[in-house]
Ligand binder design. Structure first.
Ligand code: SIN
Length: 535
């Protein structure tokens, strides 16, 4: 495990006795597919509070385009989905977890259909398409490329109907409250009002970390808060070097980046370089449908070769009417930039997409802290190993959301009811050090991560990244902020440092982690997880 610089336990002063308090059985932090599915499950047995830092609609799930991978076709098999997941994971998947998730998938996808998700159908059956690394078409989609939104809307509707669930939006979770490695809930902020939510069990489902990078497909909220919060609380985190980059993000200088789903390549889109040459066959026999890390690195190499800032997706040979129907979101997006499928190429380049690592969890979604569970992108369950198969993440969120909700709600009470026996007081010493502009630090951090902890990595820039972040931390981590911008900046610095450290420690290339100075996979030394915890 790497040495971590001294990390404050809490970001703010706490006096539990004089803070507004709420109580619940199960508290869920985050409202993507995993958090919402966990809430529905836990509410069968208990009272549940779901909190999220923006609204229920602001999640990575909502933005997911491609779909959800599951064995739904007669020609497909569990064995094939399991083998594809293991192959893509490059030796670091937990086979038992892979089997669990793959086998549970179809039942939970059909449950979504039953609850009202309008999956696209063919002859009355759920339609499926291909993505890279899958040897069968098994990506179920809804409203074309609006799958995430369709699933999220179904879960939100179900959650809103459930009398045992209370939803609190726009609440920023500052820290988990713990004592003796047991979680008791959170200290949070809503509209500048501090509150404590005491919970018998807490489920962290805070999502991703893409916003640590200048180039990302992720929405504003994906700032790695969960990683930093869990690290301060003392949880074991693992595999933080495995950030997955998506090969095709719409690239229009000055416009915010937007995902162009891999299923477009699944339907026949071709990658061309700036000279108009199709290049993917030079890099992998599966060409456009090679695993994502290979496509991302190939695009980068081709951009360097041709001295260009991007490559193109060519769909001009495909049926326009079908494309419009199948990809309404991308059609609208492209047309808003005057890009028309029939005549124009779509400029794309890779960007940060999915954090594979996270809180170490077991088969029941338990973390290494008592009464704290994790599911979704924040969890490291062992499903993805060193590389995630496309569309396995909505599946993982659904399966482990259900598991976490069930496990938390069925957990026997091991201690007296909250909170009579626990009083938390925390006072942070005043610091006279100069104050940095947190917005400036955040922007600089995102550029630094993209440059040095990006698609390809090398020891020296990784070391420099650690030194630069440690320098910024001296002036940011000693402060007590009173609004989300400050706490978010502190969390981003903490999580970025952990990711850079993990990338520096893995002196090999495996899955999404590519080290130019160690291009080979070294099973002897590194067929293992890199774990991190505070001292
Ligand atoms: C995509 O639609 O290409 C993204 C799906 C995923 O990341 O699993």
């Amino acid at each position: 495990m790497p040495d971590l610089p001294e990390l404050r336990r809490y970001l703010v002063n706490i006096d539990s006795a004089s803070t507004h308090q709420l109580f619940t059985d199960t508290l869920i932090i985050g409202a993507g597919v995993a958090g919402l599915r966990a809430a529905i499950e836990a509410a069968q047995h208990q009272n549940v509070i779901v909190v999220c830092k923006q609204t229920l609609e602001d999640s990575n799930t909502w933005n997911a385009q491609g779909g959800i991978a599951s064995v739904l076709q007669k020609t497909d098999s569990f064995e094939s989905h399991i083998a594809d997941t293991l192959n893509t994971g490059c030796g670091l998947c937990d086979q038992k977890i892979v089997e669990l998730v793959v086998r549970k998938g179809p039942e939970l996808v059909r449950q979504l259909l039953h609850w009202g998700t309008e999956f696209d159908l063919v002859d009355g059956h759920i339609a499926a398409t291909l993505e890279g690394g899958h040897s069968h078409p098994r990506i179920a989609h809804a409203h074309g490329d609006e799958t995430g939104r369709a699933i999220a809307e179904t879960l939100i509707k179900t959650v809103r109907k459930e009398p045992n669930i209370k939803i609190v939006e726009n609440l920023y979770t500052i820290d988990l409250l713990t004592s003796e490695n047991t979680c008791f809930g959170i200290i949070a902020d809503k509209n500048a009002h501090r509150q404590i939510i005491w919970a018998e069990n807490t489920i962290l489902a805070t999502g991703g970390a893409g916003r640590l990078y200048r180039e990302t497909t992720n929405p504003e909220g994906a700032t790695a808060d969960g990683i930093a919060i869990a690290c301060r609380a003392g949880a074991i985190l693992q595999d933080l070097e495995f950030m997955q980059f998506h090969p095709t993000t719409l690239y229009i200088a000055g416009a915010s980046r937007a995902l162009i789903t891999e299923t477009l390549r699944g339907e026949g889109a071709i990658l061309l370089d700036s000279k108009g040459c199709a290049f993917m066959k030079d890099y992998h026999p599966d060409a456009e449908l090679a695993p994502r890390d290979i496509v991302s690195r190939a695009i980068l190499a081709q951009m360097l070769k041709t001295g260009s800032t991007h490559v193109y997706l060519d769909v001009r040979h495909l049926d326009k009417d079908y494309l419009k129907k199948r990809f309404p979101l991308i059609t609208e997006l492209c047309e808003s930039f005057d890009i028309h499928f029939q005549t124009d190429l779509i400029p794309v380049r890779p960007s940060a997409h999915y954090m594979i690592g996270g809180l170490k969890t077991d088969r029941s979604a338990r973390t290494t802290i008592e009464n704290l569970y994790a599911c979704g992108e924040i969890a490291s369950t062992g499903l993805h190993g060193a590389n995630r198969l496309g569309s396995n993440s909505l599946l993982e969120g659904l399966v482990f959301g259900q598991i976490a909700g069930r496990a938390a709600s069925k957990q026997k009470k091991t201690r007296p009811s909250l909170p009579e026996h626990i009083l938390i007081k925390h006072q942070i010493p005043h610091s006279d050090r100069t104050r940095l502009d947190t917005a400036d630090v955040t922007n600089s951090l995102r550029a630094l991560m993209w440059r040095n902890v990006g698609i390809t990595r090398t020891a020296q820039p990784l070391r420099e990244t650690r030194e630069i972040i440690t320098f910024w931390q001296r002036y940011v981590m000693d402060k007590v902020f009173d609004s989300p911008d400050g706490w978010q900046c502190q969390n981003m610095l903490t999580a970025a440092l952990l990711m850079a450290q993990s990338a520096e420690l893995r002196n090999e290339s495996r899955g999404v982690h590519f080290r130019q100075d160690y291009p080979e996979t070294d099973d002897k030394q590194f067929k293992k997880h890199i774990e991190i915890t505070r001292p």
